[in-house]
Design a protein around this ligand. Structure first.
Ligand code: ZN
Length: 359
């Protein structure tokens, strides 16, 4: 695996502050080897999408049941979905270690979800000026030292193409363990991504990155049509109804294969429907073990225009992308660790929204 940013560029893109200190011309030069001249011309300014230009952030206060209560709700509610299911409260393992490879030691403390931008900035046609930085998101949700994990789109002005992003960054320590998956010569490839900048959309779990009590869910042998994430969400929804419960976390697919997608470069023609999205995306089967970063699992949308499920995965063997479901239900093994978010923040929501491309 290689990184698209060399050591000379790295210090400039570690944080929004450092990037902000550069002029637009300097940025264009830094990015020149990775982007076409057309894109550089389109980005004459450093931040084409400053916080001051975002639509107003809406914040929802979530219902936060005790972890022990959530464990019993899931033990009962997911019994039809897996041959064996065990939800329990445990102390978070050190997630900086394999197989998790997170930037921060844990997913605990001040947990909140950020739902940034959205598919309307990609579909029907891309809005390339929709560029964000985790540093700005952290400021917006008042957690400046946040550890972030989740699912988003990479910044095309850094990577030179549309791509899947697996944000994994701890602002307090400047440690970035982010990956991105893109199409190269018709095949998906996974690479390291040494920046806090992203594009278009992101579903993020933000926390203090500490170790503490988490909800551990172990599930083997899928027996329903629901995905792992969807089974959890459905069980929560059945119990809590219109009281929204929001989780984020990391799960390992330890055995089996999973259907993932990787977005190719931006479509030259407008995409109008889920069927056209399907035809455009590149789907493939990825091999376990896979590290899945769940940046959104919300039981009920209290009118915030949320993407209620969004998970991206990476691996140590080069597979990565957007998670749909496992393709080996008979012997799949999931081990997940989740935190409960106190608030959900809808940031720079598109004013004209739609439901296309949210699967
Ligand atoms: Zn995705």
């Amino acid at each position: 695996m290689s990184s698209f940013l060399d050591e000379k560029v790295l210090p400039y893109v570690l944080g929004g502050v450092a990037v902000g200190a550069l002029g637009g011309l300097a940025l264009a030069k830094l990015m020149a080897k990775d982007t076409s001249s057309v894109e550089i011309k389109a980005f004459g300014v450093v931040d084409p999408n400053p916080r001051s230009g975002w639509t107003p952030t809406k914040t929802g206060t979530m219902h936060t049941p005790a972890l022990s209560e959530l464990a019993s709700v899931l033990n009962e509610g997911m019994v039809e979905d897996f041959k064996s299911i065990k939800a329990e409260v445990v102390h978070c393992p050190n997630m900086q270690e394999s197989p998790f490879n997170l930037a921060a030691p844990g997913i605990c403390g001040s947990c909140r979800l950020a739902d940034v931008g959205g598919p309307p900035y990609l579909i029907p046609t891309v809005q390339r000026d929709k560029v964000y930085n985790l540093v700005d998101i952290a400021a917006e949700i008042k957690l400046p030292d946040a550890a972030f994990i989740g699912a988003g789109a990479g910044s095309s002005r850094l990577t030179g193409t549309n791509c899947e992003l697996m944000p994994n960054s701890h602002l307090a320590t400047h440690k970035i363990m982010t990956h991105f998956a893109k199409m190269r010569d018709g095949k998906p490839v996974l690479e390291r991504y040494m920046s806090n900048e992203f594009g278009l959309l992101g579903n993020l779990l933000a926390s203090d990155g500490k170790r503490g009590e988490v909800l551990k869910i172990t599930a083997t042998g899928r027996t329903s049509e629901k995905t792992f994430v969807n089974a959890i969400r459905t069980a929560l929804s059945a119990k809590y109804g219109t009281q929204p419960v929001a989780l984020g976390g990391v799960f390992i697919i330890g055995k089996g294969k999973a259907k993932l997608h990787v977005m190719p470069d931006f479509s030259k023609t407008a995409i109008q429907s889920d069927a056209e999205v399907d035809a455009w995306l590149h789907y493939y089967e990825a091999n376990a073990p896979l590290i899945m970063l769940c940046g959104s699992l919300v039981s009920y949308d209290p009118g915030l225009d949320l993407r209620v499920e969004h998970t991206h995965g990476f691996s140590e063997h080069g597979d990565g992308g957007h998670y749909h479901y496992d393709t080996t239900p008979e012997f799949v093994e999931y081990t997940g660790y989740f935190s409960v978010a106190e608030t959900v923040h809808r940031i720079d929501a598109p004013t004209a929204t739609h439901q296309v491309g949210r699967d």
